[in-house]
Design a protein around this ligand. Sequence first.
Ligand code: ZN
Length: 143
Amino acid sequence: MSAVLPSDKPRPRLDGPEQPFWAGLKDRQIRVQRCDHCGRHRFPASRYCPHCHGPHSHWDAVGGEGEVESFCIFHKAYFPGFAAETPYAVIQVRLDSGVRFFSNLAGGADNAEIQIGMRVRAVFEDVDDALTLLKFRTAEAKP
Ligand SMILES: [Zn+2]
């Protein structure tokens, strides 16, 4: 059985290949791999660069500004912990550095206002002492 959040939501593995990413969120940074050969950022973690196949990289902090590339409204909860939040939106965000994340809009955003191309910025949602999640707000919203 996988670990779950206190609210029965699935919990990410914090000590796997993306450990620097999760540690970065605790420090209010988005840390992703940056290829030492072509300089492009990538996430999730991978041994070889998906752009140039270079084998060397380092972890680098990127900015939290980006835009919604796609989104989907979930009307059914596949995990019990999401039931109270339906219908909820899962957004695909492309940060200005080119890295993509699946996430949610924080702060009770109205699903009807989500549009492809809308500007968003990262916010850091503390779940507990070990876990902070990367969420987004519309660029116009106050923190
Ligand atoms: Zn590369």
